[in-house]
Design a protein around this ligand. Structure first.
Ligand SMILES: Cc1cc2nc3c(=O)[nH]c(=O)nc-3n(C[C@H](O)[C@H](O)[C@H](O)COP(=O)(O)O)c2cc1C
Length: 335
């Protein structure tokens, strides 16, 4: 039997996001530059910690031999540049202790970093506590992946416990709980529901990058066809969250520095990347990964310079131009 996590990694490596909604968002150019790139501050204070940049490595790996190797490399990369990192779903290790090491390597190699454990709502409060303990995690990501489960041949079919389980985790855990999608975005309705359950932090993780409906369809004998356009893009999700009282993080189809900058301008406090780092660690040596990520972080600073913003809060206040399709989305979703 093949390992599901390995299947996901293989499939995700073959996905490419050539164009997505980030290309439909533009800045107003400012020809007279006024800042010194050296003085631009890309830091973000969140969860009581100060991060040098708004970028984090989002949930992917753990639960197979291959993902042990991947998590080791990702954690070394995260430690070298002191960037936060999430594990993939720890459920695999909760079910089978043989896979614990594929998660504990993250804390081992990123001892002082901000590490997020990840579970789905097939886990109860006890499972969530185990995941946090195993990784000595600073926060817990709880993923909402109903669309993926439905297409997954062996996926969950009963979601009736989800709201109650989530509420219990939010109320009982003593680390921040970040509720995340896995690539289909969060609507205004979802955000309001989550807020009513007491959730404070969400990662909208929208369409535009890794697509788990396509990935699970490739694992099915008879694909669930015509389902590939399901979900809100990351840009659409951030537009939906504009007036929300939740702290928004963004991921889903973030391809590089310009997308990071756009996500912050759209209201995200921090920006997660999965597919980007997956391909990077697959193709490059650790030294090259560090170099390429340093370049990404540097590029964020350079783009901020030409936008004349000296910190992330100024960036968040920048006006944006949205193309006709996004304008249309806004008019359909207007209250
Ligand atoms: C190989 C792979 C495995 C993933 N596994 C998880 C997971 O275990 N838990 C989770 O919350 N999200 C998981 N994700 C989803 C990502 O965290 C992210 O939400 C999604 O890939 C969209 O971001 P991207 O376009 O940057 O890849 C996984 C993504 C990839 C590529």
């Amino acid at each position: 039997m093949t390992n599901r996590k390995d299947d996901h990694i293989t499939q995700a490596l073959h996905q490419n996001s050539l164009s997505n909604d980030f290309d439909r968002v533009r800045f107003v150019p400012e020809a007279l530059a006024r800042l010194n790139t050296k003085t631009i501050d890309t830091s973000r204070i969140l969860f009581g910690r100060t991060f040098d940049s708004p970028v984090y490595i989002n949930a992917m790996s753990g639960g197979s031999e291959r993902s042990l190797v991947m998590n080791t490399k990702l954690a070394k990369l995260a430690a070298a540049l002191n960037i936060p990192m999430a594990s993939g779903s720890v459920s695999a290790a909760i079910k089978d202790p043989r896979w614990e090491e594929s998660f504990t390597v993250i804390r081992e190699h990123h001892p002082n970093g901000f590490v997020m454990a990840n579970v789905g709502l097939s886990q109860t409060l006890e499972g969530a506590k185990k995941a946090i303990k195993l990784l000595k995690a600073d926060a817990l990501q709880v993923h909402l992946n109903a669309a993926q489960e439905i297409v997954m041949p062996e996926g969950d079919r009963d979601f009736s416990d989800w709201p109650q389980r989530l509420q219990t985790m939010v109320e009982q855990l003593d680390v921040p709980v970040i509720v995340k999608e896995v690539g289909f975005g969060l609507s205004r309705e979802s955000l309001a529901f989550l807020s009513a359950l007491g959730v404070q932090y969400v990662d909208v993780s929208g369409r535009g990058g890794t697509n788990f409906i396509t990935i699970e369809n490739a694992r099915r004998r008879y694909p669930l066809d015509h389902f590939d356009d399901y979900g809100f893009s990351t840009v659409e999700s951030l537009l939906e969250g504009k007036d929300s009282d939740l702290t928004l993080l963004a991921s889903g189809g973030v391809r590089g520095a310009f997308d990071v900058v756009k996500a912050i301008a759209l209201g995200a406090k921090m920006v997660g990347m999965s597919g980007f780092f997956l391909k990077m660690v697959h193709e490059l040596s650790l030294e090259e990964c560090i170099e390429k990520t340093q370049q990404l972080l540097q590029d964020i600073r350079m783009i901020m310079a030409i936008l004349n913003v000296s910190n992330l809060d100024e960036l968040a206040a920048k006006p944006l131009l949205l193309d006709a399709s996004l304008q249309h989305f806004l008019s359909q979703r207007s209250r």
